[in-house]
Design a protein around this ligand. Structure first.
Ligand code: ADP
Ligand code: ZN
Length: 642
C-alpha cells in the first residue's frame, strides 16, 4: 500500500485548491471524460450537491459511483464513502487516482503511519474522497476525526448490507445512523443494486433515511443476453459456447460444490482455456491471489462457488455461466449481473436439466424450515423453475419477479432470439404420469421412459413392468423428448420427488387431475440446435457501426452498415494492439487494465481512429488526466496501424 498512498500524496500536493470543478457537468467532462449523464444521474447529483439526502436504487453497471463521486468533487470538504470490502475500496481508489482525483482509503490493510497520513490529509482538506470500512467508522477515534474534518457528504455504498435477511449482512451497517446524529447538516446518499423490495424498505428504515428522496431506476440489464439451455453434456456445451462467443474474454462459471469447481477449472485448463478455481474451502491467500489475477488479466475464466463475486468491480466480465442452478431468481439476477458492467454486450448462460430440477425439489422437501418460511422458499423455487422453463421472454419473467413490467418481449434472450414452440402435451403428460402411478410411484425418469418406449430392460422385466398397460405406449416420442416431458412435469409441480427411497417421482394432486383429464398441459419444445450468435459478434457490430459516440469521424476503414459480421483484419489487429498497450501500461503500475481505459474506450479508438490529442480527447472515458498520461502511447499504436 506504500506506493498507493505516496501516489495519493503526490496528487494531493499537485492539485491546486482552485481546481474544484464549478459544475457537475464540468466534472463529468473534464475528470471522467464522459459527455452526458445517464438515466437519473443528473437529478441525483443535483439533489445531493444541493445538500439533499438520497436513496439510489440502480442496477449494477447503472453508474452509481458517479452519483457520489461527482458531488464529492463539486462540494467543499471531504466525502466519506462507507464501503464493505477492502478489495472494492482499493479498486475504486486506484481508478479515481488514475483520473487525478484526490482519493484514499482507511482500512485494516494500512499500517498505522499510513493511516495517520490519511487522517491528517482529511483534516487538512487535502483529499476529496475517503473510503472507510464500516467497523472503523464507528470507532471513537474515527468519530473524533470526523468532528475535526470539514465534511461534504456521507456515501453509504452497498447499502443492502444493512439488511439482516440479505446475503451480505454487515452488523456494523446498523450503527451508521450515528453519522447523521452527529452531523445532521451533512447530506447522505445510500446506494444499492438490490432488486428485492423488502430489502429496500429495510434500508430506508435501518439507515434512518425515511425523508430521503428515493431514485428508483429500472433494474433491466439490456446488454445481457439471457440463455438457458437443456443440459446434455454440460462441460462440452459450455466449452462450445465459450469457443464460439468468448474465445478471449474474461468470465465467471458458477458451480454448486467446491469439488466441482476444482474439477471444472482443471478440465478447462486441459482444454486449453485458462481457468482458476475460487471457493470458500481454499486458503485465504490462494483465494486472494486468484481473485487478483482475474481482476488484472484479460481472458481468464473464474470457476467459482457463490463465495465469489461480491465486490468484483471488473467492468469487462463478458459472460457468467451457471453449470448448476442458482438458489433463487434473486441470486441468479445478482450473479449474472456481474457480467457487462461496462454496458457492452454480455452473456448469461445456464445449463439446466432433469437432475437439477430433481435436486431443487428434493432440497425443498428436505428443508427443515417452518411452514411459513417453507411457503416462501417454495415460491422462490417455483419462480426459478418457471424462469428456466418459460417459452416466453426470459427478461419479462425476470423483471416481473421484481415487480417491474417490460411491455414488449426483449429481443435479447434465447426465447426471443430463437422462439420456443409449445405443444399440447396433455396426452403425453397423461402417459408419463400414469407410468409413474402404475409402477408404484417409486421410480425416476430413466426407468419410466424405458417403460413408456417399450424397452424391456432387465429391470423392466424383473419388475414385470412389461406387462403394464403403459408399456410401450410412448413410442411416439424419443427418449430425449420424454426426458423433457418429465423435467417439465417436475418443474411445474405435477410430479414431486420422493425423499425416502431413491428420488422416485410421486403424483401431486395437480398431477392426478391431469390423469383424470381435468387439466390441460402446455409444454415447451426444447430447442435442438444452439444458434451460433453471440457477444463476439455484437462487439464486432458495435465497432462496425462506428461505435456509439456518433462523432461522425468513423474512419474510412469502418463499414457503415451494421450488417458486416466480422471485424476487418485491420480492425482486429488494431484492437489487439491497443489491448496489449493497455496491458503493458497496467502492468507497469500494477493496476487492472480497465483502470487505464475500459474496453468501450478502446473500441471507440478502433472505430474512430483518432489522429491527435483533440480527437483523442473526444473519446468517451478520456478525461484531462488520462489524455495527458496516455494519449501519446495509444496514438502511436493507432498510427502504426495506419
Ligand atoms: P455501478 O456502481 O452502478 O455498478 P459504475 O459506477 O461502476 O456502476 O458504472 C458502470 C459503468 O458505466 C462504468 O464503466 C462507468 O465508467 C460508466 N458510466 C457511468 N456513468 C456514465 C456516463 N454518464 N457516461 C458514460 N459512462 C458512464
Ligand atoms: Zn426476451
Amino acid at each position: 500500500m506504500d506506493s498507493l498512498f505516496s501516489y495519493s500524496n503526490r496528487d494531493a500536493s499537485d492539485d491546486a485548491p482552485g481546481q474544484r470543478p464549478a459544475t457537475a457537468l464540468e466534472a463529468l467532462r473534464t475528470v471522467f471524460g464522459y459527455d452526458s449523464f445517464r438515466g437519473q444521474q443528473a437529478d441525483i447529483i443535483d439533489h445531493v450537491v444541493r445538500g439533499g439526502d438520497a436513496l439510489v436504487l440502480m442496477p449494477t453497471g447503472g453508474g452509481k459511483s458517479l452519483c457520489y463521486q461527482i458531488p464529492a468533487l463539486v462540494r467543499d470538504g471531504v466525502t466519506v464513502v462507507v464501503s464493505p470490502l477492502i478489495a472494492l475500496m482499493r479498486d475504486q481508489v486506484t481508478a479515481l487516482r488514475e483520473l487525478g482525483v484526490r482519493a484514499a482509503f482507511l482500512n485494516s490493510s494500512l499500517g498505522p503511519a499510513e493511516a495517520r497520513e490519511v487522517e491528517r490529509a482529511m483534516v487538512q482538506g487535502e483529499i476529496d474522497l475517503v473510503y472507510v470500512a464500516p467497523e472503523r467508522l464507528v470507532t471513537p477515534r474515527f468519530l473524533d476525526l470526523l468532528d475535526r474534518t470539514r465534511l461534504a457528504l456521507f456515501a453509504l455504498d452497498e447499502a443492502h448490507c444493512v439488511s439482516q435477511w440479505g446475503h451480505d449482512f454487515r452488523p456494523e451497517y446498523l450503527q451508521l445512523s450515528i453519522l447523521h446524529e452527529r452531523h445532521p447538516m451533512v447530506p447522505r446518499i445510500a446506494l444499492t443494486a438490490t432488486a428485492d423490495v423488502q430489502t429496500r424498505a429495510e434500508i430506508k428504515d435501518k439507515l434512518g433515511l425515511t425523508d430521503a428522496r428515493v431514485f428508483l431506476s429500472s433494474f433491466d440489464r439490456p446488454n445481457i443476453t439471457y440463455r438457458v439451455v437443456p443440459k446434455k453434456s454440460e462441460r462440452q456445451q459450455m466449452l462450445a459456447f465459450l469457443r464460439e462467443n468468448h474465445p478471449e474474454d474474461a468470465g465467471i462459471v458458477y458451480c454448486m460444490s467446491r469439488n466441482k469447481v476444482e474439477d471444472v477449472a482443471a478440465w478447462l485448463n486441459q482444454q486449453g482455456r485458462e481457468a482458476l478455481p475460487y471457493h470458500a474451502g481454499l486458503p485465504a491467500d490462494v483465494r486472494e491471489a486468484n481473485q487478483d489475477r482475474f481482476i488484472k488479466s484479460e481472458g481468464l475464466v473464474m470457476v467459482a462457488t457463490v463465495a465469489f463475486g461480491m465486490g468484483i468491480d471488473k467492468p469487462n466480465v463478458r459472460f457468467v455461466c451457471h453449470l448448476d442452478p442458482p438458489k433463487s431468481l434473486e441470486a441468479y439476477y445478482q450473479e449474472t449481473g456481474r457480467a457487462g458492467r461496462d454496458g457492452l454486450p454480455a452473456n448469461a448462460w445456464m445449463a439446466y436439466g432433469m437432475a437439477d430440477v430433481v435436486m431443487l425439489r428434493q432440497m425443498l422437501e428436505q428443508s427443515e424450515a417452518g411452514d411459513s418460511h417453507r411457503r416462501v422458499e417454495r415460491g422462490k423455487l417455483e419462480a426459478l423453475l418457471g424462469f428456466c422453463e418459460t417459452p416466453d421472454c426470459r427478461r419479462q419473467v425476470l423483471l416481473n419477479y421484481f415487480n417491474e413490467t417490460l411491455p414488449e418481449p426483449c429481443g435479447n434472450c434465447d426465447t426471443c432470439l430463437d422462439p420456443v414452440e409449445t405443444w399440447d402435451g396433455t396426452v403425453a403428460a397423461q402417459k408419463a404420469l400414469s407410468a409413474v402411478y402404475r409402477t408404484g410411484q417409486r421410480y425416476g425418469a430413466g426407468h419410466l421412459i424405458d417403460v413408456l418406449v417399450g424397452n424391456a430392460t432387465e429391470k423392466v422385466v424383473q419388475q414385470q413392468h412389461d406387462r403394464l398397460k403403459t408399456f410401450g405406449v410412448g413410442t411416439d416420442l424419443t427418449k430425449v423428448e420424454w426426458q423433457s416431458v418429465y423435467r417439465q412435469l417436475v418443474a411445474t409441480g405435477l410430479l414431486t420427488v420422493d425423499l425416502e427411497g431413491y428420488g422416485g417421482f410421486r403424483l401431486t394432486d395437480a398431477g392426478v387431475s391431469v390423469i383424470k383429464g381435468q387439466r390441460v398441459v402446455k409444454l415447451r419444445k426444447d430447442p435442438v440446435l444452439e444458434r451460433r450468435r453471440g457477444v463476439h459478434d455484437a462487439l464486432r457490430r458495435h465497432t462496425a457501426r462506428g461505435g456509439s459516440a456518433g462523432g461522425g469521424s468513423s474512419g474510412e476503414g469502418v463499414s457503415r452498415s451494421g450488417a458486416r459480421g466480422a471485424l476487418s483484419a485491420a480492425d482486429d489487429a488494431l484492437w489487439h494492439a491497443l489491448k496489449d498497450c493497455r496491458t503493458a501500461l497496467a502492468k507497469a503500475q500494477s493496476v487492472p487494465p480497465y483502470v487505464i481505459f475500459h474496453d468501450s474506450t478502446l473500441l471507440e479508438m478502433v472505430a474512430q481512429r483518432p489522429r491527435d490529442h483533440t480527437a483523442f480527447a473526444h473519446l468517451p472515458g478520456v478525461g484531462g488526466r488520462k489524455l495527458e498520461r496516455y494519449a501519446d502511447a495509444f496514438l502511436e499504436v493507432i498510427r502504426q496501424h495506419g
